[in-house]
Design a protein around this ligand. Structure first.
Ligand SMILES: [Zn+2]
Length: 63
């Protein structure tokens, strides 16, 4: 699995969560506490819990 989380600089914009292997991307509007991304190709769903937007980038680096 090689998931990626894209966090834009502007906090008003949503985040993108995607699977690089299958080039499946989903965009989420800002303000969610939890977002769930499902990749058809992998058959996995990843759930991302957010405390605040600053931690999103750290999460992405952990993947
Ligand atoms: Zn996939």
């Amino acid at each position: 699995m090689n998931y990626r989380i894209e966090v834009p600089q502007e906090p008003e914009r949503g985040i993108c969560v995607g699977c690089e292997a299958h080039e499946a991307w989903e965009e989420f509007q800002p303000g969610y506490r939890t977002v769930a991304f499902y990749c058809d190709g992998c058959g996995f769903e990843v759930e991302i819990s957010l405390r605040d937007t600053h931690e999103w980038r750290d999460l992405g680096e952990m993947c």
